[in-house]
Design a binder for this molecule. Structure first.
Ligand SMILES: Cc1cc2nc3c(=O)[nH]c(=O)nc-3n(C[C@H](O)[C@H](O)[C@H](O)COP(=O)(O)O)c2cc1C
Length: 312
């Protein structure tokens, strides 16, 4: 997730456990080829992260395979092509969700990328562009025929953005269509998984092989552990206490500093700490204070003050 599933977030989730596969934030094939400095930061990883899914977006028939091949050389475990991002900046490049309107182009991209790499290739799609053009099942089957080895599907249309409810019945249709095309290709269901029970429900409803959690994990890196434990043996682990959440926010800050340096970390922590504070009484005042911090030391004090002192 852009702005969230960076190296510090992936590290903290890994430390807590429960997540089987990590995706990078989406990366433009153009910026890989032109090696922008910011792109390098998106690629930061370590050997413990293997296999890491590097997610690319774009539609350029030379840059996409070249970028995928470069990512493989840099240690990516899998390449994912984003065909679901609704953001205009992405759609304007011909990448993201607009590809759902162009199955021919999307299939070509999958084929050229497939031929350029030896690691697995996956795609992330939506159920369609808008409610008049729901084509998730046919589109997914076509991507599989073109060489995609796993499909993740978010149960909303591009027109919905992140509003309304994800349609799990449409995801079920995608699962069926993919299995018909190639029964060995796994489908990952995504959209509105917020806790262990919704995770169980989406699996029952869709017959998917895996699940993907997005927004509910922002500022809640322990969610994967809660969900995984429940799916394993129906144990419902409590959410961490506020002092424990504060300790995790401080650990996150430490990882941000290691990754982005003092200045970068004091900017990133403003957004991240707000996510950790969600739901706690006094969060509005906390937000006001944390968005004004100018150093990581100051951020630490504000976090400790808000979450409580039990940080050992
Ligand atoms: C801020 C934000 C950034 C996102 N960035 C990405 C991204 O880089 N790649 C991607 O495949 N999906 C991205 N998504 C979509 C999520 O991965 C997910 O498909 C969507 O939020 C639905 O799942 P959820 O209901 O669990 O949040 C993003 C969503 C949000 C809100």
């Amino acid at each position: 997730m852009a702005g969230y599933s960076d190296y510090p977030m992936r590290c903290i989730v890994r430390e807590l456990g429960g997540c089987g596969l990590f995706y990078t934030e989406l990366i433009s094939c153009h910026s890989v080829i032109h090696a922008h400095e910011k792109t390098r930061a998106l690629l930061k990883s370590d050997r413990n992260e293997y296999p890491l899914v590097v997610q690319l977006f774009g539609s350029h028939l030379e840059y996409m395979p070249a970028a995928a091949s470069e990512m493989e050389a840099l240690g990516a475990g899998l390449i994912d092509i984003n065909m679901g991002c609704p953001v205009s900046k992405v759609v304007k490049t011909g990448g993201g969700a607009v590809l759902m309107k162009e199955p021919e182009t999307a299939a070509k991209i999958v084929k050229v990328v497939r031929n350029a790499i030896s690691i697995p290739l996956t795609v992330k799609i939506r159920i369609g562009w808008d409610s008049n053009s729901i084509n998730g099942p046919d589109f997914a089957a076509r991507m599989v025929d073109s060489g995609a080895q796993c499909v993740a599907v978010h149960g909303r249309t591009r027109a919905q953005g992140y509003a309304g409810k994800a349609d799990w019945n449409e995801i079920a249709k995608v699962v069926k269509a993919v299995k018909k095309a190639d029964s060995s290709v796994p489908v990952i269901a995504n959209g509105d998984i917020v806790d262990p029970l919704s995770a169980e429900k989406i699996i029952e409803t869709t017959g998917c092989d895996g699940i993907m959690i997005g927004r509910a994990a922002m500022g809640a890196p322990w969610l994967f552990r809660r969900v995984a434990r429940y799916l394993k043996d129906k144990t419902l682990i409590d959410d961490p206490s506020y002092p424990e959440k504060g300790r995790l926010a401080l650990r996150h800050l430490e990882l941000l500093k290691e990754t982005y340096g003092e200045k970068g970390a004091s900017l990133h922590i403003r957004r991240i700490a707000c996510a950790y504070g969600r739901g706690k009484l006094g969060v509005a005042e906390f937000r006001r204070r944390i968005v004004g911090v100018t150093s990581t030391e100051e951020a630490k004090l504000v976090i400790k003050d808000f979450f409580g002192e039990d940080h050992e």
